[in-house]
Design a protein around this ligand. Structure first.
Ligand code: SOE
Length: 409
């Protein structure tokens, strides 16, 4: 999304409903998988939730004029650009949503903040700690001017994980002892799967670590309510050479291949960690867990109880109340579809569950509130930087064959 000549195409496509509320005009950079997911979020949030501002799908940007036009038509964006710099400077854009690979996050976010825009940036925040620090500094300065910058850790927005956070904060688990997290996918099992951008260090920063590990580090720290103090790690690249994409991408893959190239990121990352309060944590991030499609699993064990969540059953939470008398105690399923559960008062009657896409609707909802109130969003760029520091410590520890590596505060 760095190059290209500016094109502006106004189509008058559905850019949001006429609610009479002040608009929040979104300009989005990128239109692949995450672009589609974020579009869905922006399109739906104001129709389901009663928001203080009305999100408008104002402009979408991508380098290929034909492809971005098709994306605009499909997802309901009013106009297109082929140069992100032009998008960032537009007067009719209030918020820049960055859905590009990690190598362009810092440059786009810094330019957008300098141009007075609010920013939403996909995870991981950046490809290095230095970039994430610069972005966080810029976001802090921009906050003084009333701007808001959020990083897109959407799994905080599953009603069940938000309920888990509430239960931990209420003290239902007591003091935490164990945090057990795994994010398991299997789309790289086939050695012929093409070497797309997620397998290139210069574009993605790291492999499973940044792509999946960033999610589970954020989710674990969010649920526990404090940052990790240090980690010991192992990483591995199982398949070191893969076919190169020969054409456009499709989902996570590419439509054709030509020749081969070197994989420059980790395929899997395994690490243990310690929270300052004393809880021990284990993390596993891999795209080689045959049969596991999008299995993000987290279990918390505390002195008074335990909670477990699995993204492949995202409307449920398992809860064991350790204070119940022994004979009848055990894990029970909480069906997280009640109106007093997070986000659910605006959705369907009890038992009518939600899915992956709704996390992006909730993300848009929460960001609109933060913008309207001028407050720091959760998670902020500072939270994204902290996760970046954990990822860097994991890589450092793995290089030293799992030496315990503290994380700078
Ligand atoms: C691919 O592993 C991927 O699309 C990630 O990039 C996303 O962050 C995750 O939500 C789903 O899986």
């Amino acid at each position: 999304q760095q190059e290209g000549t500016e094109t502006r195409t106004e189509t008058g496509t559905d850019a949001g409903s006429d609610t009479g509320k002040p608009p929040l005009r979104v300009g989005m950079v990128g239109y692949a998988f995450m672009g589609a997911a974020h579009s869905q979020g922006w399109r739906t949030a104001g129709r389901v939730f009663d928001l203080p501002l009305n999100p408008e799908l104002a402009v979408i940007c991508g380098r290929d004029a034909g492809a971005v036009r098709a994306a605009a038509d499909r997802h309901g964006w009013a106009a297109t650009e082929t140069d992100w710099r032009a998008l960032v400077e537009r007067d009719d854009v209030d918020l820049v949503d960055i859905c590009t690979p990690g190598d362009s996050h810092a440059e786009i976010a810094l330019a957008a903040l300098a141009a007075g825009k609010h920013v939403l940036c996909e995870k991981p925040l950046a490809n290095s700690v230095a970039e994430a620090e610069a972005m966080t500094r810029a976001a802090e300065q921009a906050h003084g001017r009333g701007q808001v910058a959020m990083v897109g850790f959407n799994y905080r927005r599953v009603p069940a994980t938000a309920l888990a956070r509430r239960m931990v904060a209420e003290g239902r688990l007591g003091r935490l002892r164990h945090v057990r997290v795994a994010y398991l996918q299997d789309w790289l099992v086939d050695p012929q799967f093409p070497l797309t951008w997620r397998l290139r260090r210069e574009q993605a920063g790291s492999g499973s670590l940044g792509d999946l590990g960033a999610h589970i580090v954020d989710l674990a720290q969010y649920l526990v309510g404090e940052p990790l103090a240090g980690v010991s790690a192992l990483t591995e690249t199982f398949v070191r050479e893969r076919p190169l994409p020969g054409g456009p991408t499709s989902g996570l893959s590419a439509v054709s291949t030509v020749g081969t190239g070197a994989v420059t990121v980790d395929d899997a990352a395994l690490f243990t960690g310690r929270f300052a309060s004393g809880a021990l944590a284990s993390f596993e991030a891999t795209r080689y867990a045959t049969g596991r499609k999008n299995a993000l699993r987290i279990e918390l064990n505390g002195e008074r109880g335990s909670l477990a969540f699995d993204l492949e059953r995202l409307n449920e939470l398992s809860y064991h109340d350790g204070t119940e008398p022994g004979g009848h105690a055990g894990f029970r399923r909480i069906l997280v579809t009640e109106p007093d559960h997070p986000y659910l008062d605006a959705w369907w009657p009890p038992g009518h569950g939600l899915g992956y896409e709704h996390t992006f609707v909730h993300q848009a909802r929460d960001l609109v509130h933060a913008v309207a109130e001028g407050r720091r969003p959760d998670p902020s760029f500072a939270d994204g930087l902290q996760v970046q520091r954990v990822l860097a410590a994991v890589e450092e520890s793995a290089e030293k064959n799992s030496v315990y590596t503290p994380i700078a505060a």
